[in-house]
Design a protein around this ligand. Sequence first.
Ligand SMILES: Nc1nc2c(ncn2[C@@H]2O[C@H](COP(=O)(O)OP(=O)(O)OP(=O)(O)O)[C@@H](O)[C@H]2O)c(=O)[nH]1
Length: 302
Amino acid sequence: MSEEKKNKSGFVALLGRPNVGKSTLMNFLVGQKVAITSNKPQTTRNKISGIYTTNDMQVVFVDTPGIFKPHVELDDYMDKASVYSLNEVDLILFMVEPEKMGKGDQYIIELLKKVTVPVFLVINKVDQVNPNELLPIIDDYRQLGIFKEYLPISATQGIGITDLNKVLYDYLPEGPAYYDPDQITDRPEYFMVAELIREQILQLTAEEVPHAAAVWVEQMNKHENNKLQIEATIYVEKNGQKGIIIGKNGSMLKKIGINSRKQIEDLLGEKVNLHLWVKVQRNWRSDPRFLKQIGYNTKDLT
Ligand SMILES: Nc1nc2c(ncn2[C@@H]2O[C@H](COP(=O)(O)OP(=O)(O)OP(=O)(O)O)[C@@H](O)[C@H]2O)c(=O)[nH]1
């Protein structure tokens, strides 16, 4: 007689240095965009959950900001967000690039030594290396003795995802789904909208501008001419950055608006009129009051 397969569910932290591909993996699994990605490090600033449901398992991903040592207030926030998620998940995926352990990984490895939940090494971007190069890399990490299993994957190509799914199923506790199977994130819609706008800034601007920009949705509950009216403010730290975001005759702001509006319409499933404003808020990244005002609240995480 065949036994019915048990349902599994739980929380999974995706850890790793900025830019290793954490958001890409989560979006691949969830099958829809729940976290913004870019080729610039430190894209993720918040504890975003992606909810991944299959017919016998539900995985709630906590996509922690890239871990690195704090130097300004915002970095401190990110660090706390990471430590916080380590203490309350069922298992941890530590994602690295397909290369030998770097200095930047040491800090997070020290954190991982302190946790009691199972930790797995996910080597992402294996599409970029020859398979022969993987063994010495795995051996290097094996010396640490902290990983249950080693999972080479490519989040863009979908390589290794079957093995990853098996590990998730095997190690998650038995339990019911926490969320409706159709739900893919527990972030409020206005947060997702702000993130989609921020993603365009990250993709279209360069150097110091992307990381000096924060987006806050002022309002998104009014309809006019059958279109949802969304008003959002882009905060930057200096006048020069404001000029870059606006662009010649407003061309850059227009581009940011057009591109993000399309994505927002896909997300919300309705037509949108997007109004964007740009304001200078000096040194906002080091201003705890301003960080709190735009939703990065360090106290929530302690
Ligand atoms: N070649 C290749 N590129 C990848 C793969 N996975 C992610 N990338 C690229 O790596 C870059 C960073 O990916 P993200 O998903 O934004 O990285 P992240 O770890 O979420 O970054 P932070 O938010 O800064 O912590 C993007 O340009 C991705 O397209 C992969 O499997 N192969």
